[in-house]
Write a protein that binds this ligand. Structure first.
Ligand code: SIN
Length: 528
């Protein structure tokens, strides 16, 4: 099964190990000399023990069995940051075996014991907030402040599930016959395969591993090959916190092989994935022969709907946050900005002014609010969407091309007069481009917003309480922000409807994804 073809699960080629895994890399012909900032950050990370380049299997840091490696680069500069183990089928099978073995003891700990380990992991993540943030900026490109924000967000899932571990309650059901007692137990699913994306190198891992470990499951994580370093650093801190050998494994490298091993193994009882809808569908199909539980957090096509009665400032700020977080590279980013006739021109002007003030640059530079896109394929996709829109009559207000900084930087862009025959109104842009679409009535807005196979996040801006209720009830989406553009939090359920996915992450609902329900009927209770 090929799981690596889609945009958000990119696979690099493995190569033979040329130098020690822990050594920082020398610069290849296509890559620039490492900048001083990045170099000093890397050196600090190395001396703190957080720059890990081997996989974690059964509590041991290991090279790939054939010594192949994969390069991790800094998207802002093209510099190679590190050479990490490029693992495949054999390593994944060993990781699954160690997870399977660890499950027996980890699941038998009391919830309180597991909770303490998770709490220690949370404390360590927070204690190393700066270094983890630097790693995220280095391999993913987002501005350092945003990256440190991701560490706090990511760690919050570990803290939340450390607490939630103690609240996995069962039930006692009034019996149907007087000599019976009926119980419901909730028990961990077993070994979990977690496949995670590059856009949140930490938070998409902790949002899965937190509830998995809390409920008593053990996990094999496959982070994106583009951003494995944060995952490995987080795993190092998990070991320091007392997560026992095998309870958490990390393998990365050959995505199709790792995916196949996780999907075909009868010992893996659950697959959890964040990534593209195309890959999610393949995973779902491949999980069918062994009937695994599946959670999928897939692509979105989020509308941000600005009504005539909205507060202009609130709508501009909210849409800006919803669109340009992580340079537009989140599944909940506003993908279509629907603006009502009466406020369209005013909004277009105020919004473009705000977008103009965004600062594009290297994430380590003070003041940067927009980092690079993850790779050139991402920029090419944005370019194709913009060309398509312009060729069909849309007009660029600002931006619309690669940034003069080069590499994978793209100008924050606002395009007006976008209509439903343009690719960007149908597909996820995953970049810093905001298309403005005009609508007349509330009914039109709801129809346009729901006219998509996706259904993850939506945003509405209005000062009418009645309208907000009518619209959020009618929207076919898993998350809705009302007068708010940043709505993700560990305490609320995150997930989509329609082809945006299955299941929920975060909150008390996220725990159920890792639990099986067992019904027990105690018979013959009246016998003395
Ligand atoms: C995602 O883009 O997949 C996650 C975004 C979030 O957690 O807010």
């Amino acid at each position: 099964m090929v799981i690596g073809a889609a945009a958000r699960v990119a696979i690099g080629g493995c190569r033979k190990l040329v130098s020690s895994h822990t050594s920082l890399l020398l610069v290849s012909s296509q890559c620039r000399q490492m900048s001083m900032d990045a170099q000093s950050v890397s050196e600090k990370l190395r001396s703190s023990g957080l720059l890990r380049t081997q996989g974690l299997i059964g509590g041991k840091w290991l090279d790939s069995y054939d010594n192949k490696t994969i390069k991790v680069n800094n998207p802002a500069t093209g510099e190679i940051i590190a050479d990490v183990a490029c693992m495949g089928t054999k390593e994944t099978n060993d990781a699954i075996a160690s997870s399977y073995e660890a499950f027996t003891s980890w699941s038998r700990l009391t919830a309180g014991e597991r909770s303490k380990v998770l709490r220690r992991w949370y404390d360590l993540l927070i204690a190393h907030k700066e270094e983890l943030g630097q790693l995220i900026t280095l391999e993913q490109g987002k501005p350092l402040k945003e990256a440190i924000g991701e560490v706090a967000y990511g760690a919050s899932f570990i803290e939340y599930y450390a607490e939630e571990a103690k609240r996995v309650y069962g039930d006692i059901i009034p019996p149907n016959l007087s000599d019976r007692r009926l119980l419901v137990l909730k028990q961990p699913v077993g070994v979990v395969g977690a496949i995670t994306p590059w856009n949140f190198p930490l938070a998409m891992i902790t949002r899965k591993v937190g509830p998995a470990l809390a409920s008593g499951c053990t996990v094999v994580v496959k982070p994106s090959e583009l951003t494995p370093l944060t995952a490995l650093a987080a795993a190092e801190l998990a070991l320091q916190a007392g997560v026992p050998p095998g309870a958490l494994n990390v393998v990365m490298g050959n995505a199709p092989e790792i995916g196949d091993a996780l999907l075909t193994s009868p010992q893996v009882r659950k697959i959890t994935f964040t990534g593209s809808t195309a890959v999610g569908k393949k995973l779902m199909a491949a999980a069918a022969p062994t009937v695994k539980k599946v959670s999928l957090e897939l692509g979105g096509n989020a509308p941000s709907i600005v009504f005539d009665d909205a507060d202009l400032d609130v709508a501009v700020k909210g849409t800006l946050a919803a669109k340009f977080r992580n340079s537009g590279q989140t599944c909940v980013c506003a993908n279509r900005v629907l603006v009502q006739d009466g406020i369209y021109d005013k909004f277009a002007e105020a919004f473009s002014e705000a977008v103009q003030k965004l600062e594009v640059g290297d994430g380590f530079r003070d003041g940067t609010t927009q980092g690079p896109l993850i790779n050139d394929a991402a920029v090419q996709k944005v370019e194709t969407f913009v060309q398509d829109a312009v060729s069909k009559g849309a007009k660029i207000i600002i931006g619309g091309k690669r940034h003069s900084l080069g590499m994978t930087f793209y100008e924050p862009t606002v395009i007006r007069d976008v209509s439903d025959n343009m690719i960007m109104s149908k597909e996820e842009i995953f970049g810093p481009v905001a298309p403005l679409i005009r609508f007349k009535t509330e009914e039109d807005a709801i129809r346009i917003a729901n006219d998509t196979i996706a259904g993850l996040a939506a945003y509405i801006f209005t000062n009418s309480v009645q309208r907000s209720w009518r619209v959020f009830e009618a929207l076919e989406y898993g998350l809705v922000g009302v007068n708010e553009g940043l709505i993700s939090t560990e305490v609320a359920p995150f997930g989509g409807v329609k082809q945006s996915g299955l299941g929920r992450e975060g909150s008390k609902y996220g725990m159920d994804e890792y639990l099986e329900i067992k019904y027990v009927c105690l018979g013959d209770m009246n016998r003395h």
